[in-house]
Design a protein around this ligand. Structure first.
Ligand code: SOE
Length: 359
């Protein structure tokens, strides 16, 4: 079979991560489009991509799959153009900045493989945690304590397109990293969030290039799940010293399970009669966790490995496979739905039900 021809839209940090993962999966990096021809040429050179194209239309005729790695506000239009051209699409999260646009994308992409990089699902021990809940070993899920803390937008000197609703969308911290948190929580527990109450804060109201910031630096959310669990979520991009600290602890009626994204090589399993730390060792893990172990135990696997596994599974789906746990556009829509409900709940100061797509 000929190698998959990949196109990238965007030229920042995420384009680098995606291109590495595409190469690791054996694809041919055929083209890139960036915000200007000069940037496109520079990105092609830096990432070892064959050609820089002047625009997305020109790229679409030359590739089998496009990775959309642009600022949030461009996702909907670009991913729509890709899907409508019958080309497979991997679109960064948040899938779009509104539920309406996300729904349109889900519909438009029904004939192609369309995935969203909720890549923390691809840490083997996340799969192990999921398997322990699914098998009943952890018991009934009672409570959830989850947080995702960063510090890269802590001070007024820190600025980025994500701060601006025109490019980032109405929600910032929750759309950017809260989306990962809710996706992971629902992925591991299999128990959808049913209701939320929330508070949001903008601590830094003026930034270098933004005189009046409206997007949130942090959000605190109380949740109830469909299965009757309760929980709290704290998301902040202004937590000094915290770089990419996603932590998720689930208390089941038989055991607690805790996962930390910055330390993904173990999970903590707590029991009344004694607790243990489970290491990533394929020989001792459930099948779906073991299949994602790409290096032997004792040789750390990390973020880029998780990303590589996500892209490899996206390409396996393009080839007709059905990899377990692949985050698709419907999952992207779900995270946008949760983000919008959290923002509405914070604005109204009320508990709100999370609409499900059947509603
Ligand atoms: C910035 O907050 C960011 O790069 C997110 O956009 C990613 O999704 C997350 O994986 C790391 O932090």
């Amino acid at each position: 079979m000929s190698r998959l021809r990949v196109g990238i839209v965007g030229g920042g940090f995420m384009a680098t991560v995606h291109s590495r993962a595409a190469r690791a999966a054996g694809a041919e990096l055929a083209g890139i489009v960036s915000s200007s021809p000069t940037r496109g040429a520079a990105a092609a050179e830096a990432l070892g991509i064959e050609r820089a194209f002047p625009d997305l239309d020109a790229l679409l005729g030359e590739v089998d799959v496009v990775h959309v790695c642009t600022p949030n506000a461009f996702h909907a239009e670009q991913a729509l153009a890709v899907a409508r051209a019958g080309v497979h699409v991997v679109c960064e999260k948040p899938l779009a900045t509104t539920v309406a646009d996300s729904r349109q994308l889900v519909r438009a992409a029904s004939g192609v493989t369309a995935t969203v990089p909720f890549v923390y699902r691809f840490h083997p021990l996340v799969r192990e945690a999921r398997a322990r809940v699914a098998s009943g070993e952890a018991g009934r899920v009672l409570s959830i304590r989850a947080s995702y803390l960063q510090d890269w937008l802590l001070s007024a000197d820190d600025d980025n397109w994500r701060v601006d609703p025109e490019t980032g969308g109405r929600s910032r911290a929750f759309a950017d990293i809260g989306s990962h948190l809710v996706d992971l929580l629902e992925f591991i527990t299999g128990d959808p969030i049913a209701r939320v109450a929330a508070t949001r804060r903008t601590f830094v109201e003026k930034r270098a290039e933004h005189a009046a910031v409206s997007t949130e630096d942090a959000a605190a959310v109380t949740i109830e799940t469909a299965g009757g669990a309760i929980g709290t979520l704290l998301v902040s991009q202004a937590a000094p010293g915290r770089k990419n600290a996603l932590t998720l602890e689930i208390a089941g009626s038989a055991e607690s399970i805790a996962f930390e994204q910055e330390n993904p090589e173990t999970i903590w399993v707590g029991r009344r009669g004694g607790s243990l730390s489970i290491p990533r060792d394929a020989d001792q893990l459930s099948p779906d966790a073991a299949r994602l172990c790409t290096v032997p135990a004792g040789h750390p696997q990390g973020y880029q490995d998780a990303f590589n596994a996500f892209v490899a599974d996206s390409y396996a789906a393009i080839a007709g496979g059905e990899p377990e746990g692949l985050p698709r556009f419907t999952d992207g829509l779900r995270a946008v739905q949760l983000t919008e409900t959290v923002m509405d709940a914070a604005e109204r100061g009320a508990w709100l039900d999370v609409p499900s797509e059947g509603d």
